[in-house]
Design a protein around this ligand. Structure first.
Ligand SMILES: NC(=O)c1ccc[n+]([C@@H]2O[C@H](COP(=O)([O-])OP(=O)(O)OC[C@H]3O[C@@H](n4cnc5c(N)ncnc54)[C@H](O)[C@@H]3O)[C@@H](O)[C@H]2O)c1
Length: 460
């Protein structure tokens, strides 16, 4: 397929059509109508920043009903109850919430060091569990949670890795599977912030540590757990397997406020088919060079020899964005002697001077169906695609992936389906986080085969 750097209206449509094919049938699940019999009765444990955010979204999710909220802080409890607006019971001890017989499911949004004990107790009490990422904190928790969940196959276990629920991320995975990016060899990921997390001072050290748990190693996996975990999951998903090794360098170099975690980490990971992920997390810049620097902080580039995709999940005010860059010429073939064919080298040289123009990835609803669309629908779609190609408008995710992940969790609780972000996805992600921290702390190459030794002989 030809594509010039200045797309005409018709050529934009051709390219858009190809991307839309990639995204076929990936749009969000149909909404479930509100009816108490269809609703999963849930409680939420940990209603700080993330818990409160989830509750804001849960308010609009019809197939769940909140009966109880739990936090050790009164103000967090009160805010949670008023946000969800269902007059939930309030608890300060999570075990009391879990002991309720009228709850089907529990959402866990406590700090990382509490994920395992709360999730374990909730599973033992017969609840379905949605636990925020990174799923577990310590190596020995991996095997124990796996065994516990396996002994309770009817209980759903989902992890808060919401990119798995984005139709754009799903479209990119589908593009990879259909070969549209060619041989996918590299990924770049960053989540930079400036200045990043700030220490909230408290009158005594114990309270300070609890209020700033992310900044202390005894409670937190630092930037790897809080930021990299999302992108490690994307890499594993897109590359089709867990890494085999990682090298890393990081440091506690810029923010001296009592924290003991690193404030910058940089890693290179290798995957089974030799793919590499380069990832950086800095707290001295928020610059993002993707999307013409129209966004800041975080995003990923997935690179293949036939094309690349820039993608970011965004936030409530900046929706998911994805742009596809096709390699201007087919990848050069390497001869047995290791030389590229002359014709293709010439083509590549010529093109590298002109660069490639990115095109937005389209979802099914933007695809023109000549047979079925009315004249008006067709022309509207053509016009929309043309505006996308000019950068005047961008295709948008139909729903926030957080809404989709929560609705999907409740649906699985009812139907017994397996979550896209299931237990193994969450455990693999946590293993990657733990091995990342080991590589950075010990300043060496760490192999995934080392993981079992870390857990050996320890009880979770
Ligand atoms: N998926 C995402 O994009 C995303 C985004 C942000 C945070 N998170 C995750 O959510 C979790 C919570 O992060 P946060 O930013 O909300 O932290 P936070 O400190 O703002 O909130 C944690 C809350 O848990 C409460 N808590 C602590 N111990 C408790 C206990 N034993 N019982 C009940 N409540 C308890 C605290 O009082 C606090 O209100 C973390 O694991 C984090 O990684 C996920």
């Amino acid at each position: 397929m030809e594509i010039s750097n200045d797309l005409t209206r018709r050529s934009a449509m051709k390219v858009a059509g190809a991307a839309a094919v990639a995204a076929t049938a990936l749009e969000g699940a149909p909404a479930v109508t509100k009816n108490s019999g269809d609703q999963v009765r849930f409680g939420i444990i940990g209603t700080g920043s993330r818990g409160a955010y989830l509750l804001k979204h849960l308010k609009g999710v019809d197939n769940g009903h909140c009966l109880a909220v739990c936090d050790i802080k009164q103000e967090a409890l009160d805010l949670a109850a008023s946000t969800i607006g269902t007059n939930p019971a309030k608890y300060k001890d999570y075990r009391e919430l879990i002991a309720r017989n009228d709850l089907d499911a529990v959402i866990v949004a406590v700090p990382l060091f509490m994920h395992f004990p709360v999730t374990k107790d909730a599973l033992l009490a017969g609840k379905h569990v949605f636990c925020e990422k990174s799923l577990v904190f310590k190596p020995e928790q991996v095997g124990e949670l796996r065994a516990l969940s396996a002994s309770r196959p009817k209980q759903v276990m989902q992890v808060g890795l919401q990119r798995r629920y984005s139709v754009f991320y799903q479209a990119v995975k589908s593009m990879i599977d259909k070969g549209l990016l060619g041989n996918v060899t590299h990924m770049y990921a960053q989540w930079n912030r400036n200045p990043g997390w700030k220490m909230k001072p408290m009158p005594n050290l114990a309270d300070q540590k609890m209020a700033n748990w992310r900044l202390y190693r005894e409670y937190s996996g630092g930037m790897a757990a809080e930021l990299a975990s999302h992108q490690l999951d994307v890499a594993e998903w897109m590359f089709g397997g867990a890494p085999t090794e990682v090298i890393g360098m990081g440091g506690h170099d810029y923010h001296f406020d009592g924290r003991d975690i690193n404030d910058n980490i940089q890693m290179i990971y290798k995957y089974p088919k030799k793919q590499k992920l380069m990832a950086m997390y800095a707290s001295t810049t928020s610059h993002l060079s993707l999307f013409g620097s129209t966004r800041t902080e975080f995003g990923e580039i997935i690179m293949g020899d036939a094309g690349s995709v820039e993608i970011t999940i965004g936030d409530d005010t900046h929706p998911v964005l994805a742009t596809w860059y096709r390699e201007p010429t087919p990848p050069p073939t390497i001869t047995k002697a290791g030389e590229k064919s002359a014709k293709k080298v010439a083509g590549a040289t010529m093109v590298s001077a002109s660069g490639a123009k990115g095109v937005p990835i389209l979802l099914d609803r933007d695809k023109v169906n000549i047979q079925q669309d009315s004249f008006v629908d067709r022309e509207t779609k053509f016009a929309r695609q043309w505006l996308y190609s000019k950068g005047v408008m961008m295709p948008e995710e139909p729903r926030n992936p957080v809404d989709t992940e929560l609705e999907s969790f409740f649906k699985n609780c009812k139907d017994g389906g397996t979550p896209l972000a299931n237990l193994e996805v969450g455990l693999n992600d946590s293993i990657s986080v733990m091995l990342t921290n080991l590589a950075v702390d010990e300043d060496r190459k760490v192999h995934w085969t080392e993981f079992d030794k870390l857990a050996k002989g320890k009880k979770a």
